[in-house]
Design a protein around this ligand. Structure first.
Ligand SMILES: [Zn+2]
Length: 509
């Protein structure tokens, strides 16, 4: 756990981080209580440009401060919250990679004018937590591992009331950052470790200390009794048993308040099943449970922050493998609500397990349901690697989710639902099919996947059973090489959007 304090001046530290704007005017050589060996005017002309993400580290001639790291925000008018977090993160990763464990971060006045102090404290803490995480526990050479950041000193020259707000924000941001890192950590495990059983165990472990959370794990036998035929069908080819993880949180003062139900796709490894993926596409398929990881971690944050809402998380967890007992293209499976599904492609398994979970959600008479899933490659084609697709017919939910995403710098982009996509999913021999099974479903793939899910959120007459939104995480959830502000692997996308959303600031009522 990173300890922290706030201060008006920099005291003893391994590295003082000073963010600067492009074209910013400076005077002298004295900053935040530290004297540099050259005047800042000289440095600005040479080494420090303030251009976005540009870093410049120098040694300080100071008894208790060893290094100063300047980092560029870019132009002041272009500083968004996303850029702010990425810049702070870039400096933290840079300092940490050079074995600085105690760091100080100076907060320029211009930044304090842009956001209120609580928001600033929160987002700064999220950026620091996220930047400092590394998944290196399998490296046996200690020197190759990242040293943990032990202490952060935030330097800000403000009145005590403002400082309090900032500190309040830091506390919240720390929890949110830890939640994001929990999602990343779950996702980064190799698939031989991260099985449905392991995920269920982790769900218990990380919620154990939080009394407001109630965890139930449904076993294969439970699912058979209930008739969750889609989840069971997908599980058939794997030696690993499926699990259905339920996490309930009651935070509302009104015990009868309808809960928001979150559903997270938990395919712990997706080989494609008998519709086996080509060699290159088998890589990174351990990340096919990041919807589940995000939902689980959101519950941790919601309960730790004691949000005054009722929230339920449903996680269908399964491994999709080919074998003699695997489900096949041409099979017909029966969902929890009795609807039949013709299987055309066993690699379109995410929508199957989510459909069962969407049926199960009815048990809670939900206020709304939001599902998160690494559902389609088509969504990546549509929106690239840094956005996720958002699908919903509920204008208010769309608006609130988009505002929540803007509020934390994670990017959502709305994509369409519509009749033309429903048509593709029509089956000649069952109620619906999970894929067109030919090249015909190449176009609008993300929307076709969403339309399949939508089918299970409606009654016989086509009326919605509850307000529903689907987030196709696409490629926004991991990065092979990492970024300057975040190391390689899963990035925890979705956790902060959901927390902002559930925090009710941007909510529709
Ligand atoms: Zn698949």
């Amino acid at each position: 756990m990173i300890r922290y304090n706030t201060s008006k001046q920099c005291h003893g530290t391994d590295c003082l981080i000073i963010p600067v704007f492009e074209g910013q005017k400076f005077k002298g050589s004295h900053f935040y209580g530290v004297t540099l060996d050259r005047s800042i005017e000289q440095l600005v002309e040479g080494d420090i440009t303030g251009k976005k993400m540009e870093v410049c580290m120098m040694h300080a001639t100071h008894s208790t401060v060893r290094k100063v790291l300047f980092v560029g925000f870019g132009k002041e008018k272009d500083l968004t919250l996303k850029r702010y977090k990425e810049t702070i993160g870039t400096a933290v990763v840079y300092a940490q990679d050079r074995k600085n464990q105690k760091i100080s971060i100076a907060l320029p006045l211009e930044v304090m004018k842009k956001w209120d102090m609580k928001t600033l404290g929160k987002e700064t803490a999220v950026a620091v937590e996220v930047a400092s995480y590394a998944y290196d526990e399998h490296k046996t050479d200690e020197d190759a591992r990242v040293l943990p950041i032990t202490h952060v000193e935030y330097i800000l020259d403000v009145k005590s009331g403002e400082k309090k707000k900032f500190e309040l924000g830091l506390e919240v941001g720390r929890v949110v950052g830890q939640g994001i890192n929990l999602a990343r950590h779950l996702g980064n495990h190799p698939p031989s470790i991260m099985t449905p059983t392991y995920l269920a165990r982790e769900a218990r472990l990380h919620t154990k200390k939080l009394k407001a959370l109630n965890v139930k794990i449904l076993s294969k036998q439970d699912l058979e009794k209930m008739g969750m035929g889609l989840l069971l069908g997908v599980a058939r080819g794997s030696a690993e048993e499926p699990k259905f993880i339920i996490i309930e949180y009651r935070g509302s003062q009104k015990p009868t308040e309808k809960p928001t139900v979150l559903v997270g796709k938990g395919v712990t490894y997706d080989s494609g099943g008998l519709s086996l993926k080509p060699r290159d596409f088998l890589i990174d398929m351990k990340y096919d449970m990041l919807g589940a990881a995000a939902v689980l971690s959101t519950m941790y944050v919601v309960a730790t922050l004691k949000l005054k809402r009722n929230v339920v998380a449903l996680i269908p967890a399964v491994e999709n493998m080919p074998s003699g007992s695997a489900f096949r293209p041409d099979d017909i499976l029966k969902a929890l609500n009795g609807k039949t599904v013709e299987i055309k492609n066993t690699d379109a398994e995410g929508r199957l397990i989510l459909a069962d979970a969407l049926c199960y959600a009815m048990k809670y008479n939900p206020k709304e349901v939001i599902d998160l899933a690494t559902l389609t490659g088509g969504c990546m084609i549509a929106v690239g690697l840094e956005r996720s697709g958002l699908f919903s017919s509920e204008k208010n939910m769309v608006e609130s989710l988009l505002r929540s995403s803007e509020a934390c710098g994670e990017q959502l982009w709305q994509l369409p639902l519509g009749e033309e996509f429903d048509e593709v999913n029509k089956s000649e021999i069952a109620d619906i099919r999970n894929s067109a099974g030919t090249n015909a479903d190449r176009f609008g793939q993300a929307s076709i996947g969403a339309s399949f899910l939508e089918f299970f959120t409606k009654d016989k007459k086509g009326n919605p059973l509850y307000p529903w939104a689907h987030i196709d995480l696409a490629g926004a959830i991991y990065s092979g090489k990492g970024k300057a502000w975040m190391r390689a692997g899963a990035n925890g996308f979705g956790v902060q959007i959901l927390v902002e959303y559930l925090d009710r600031k941007y909510i529709w009522e």
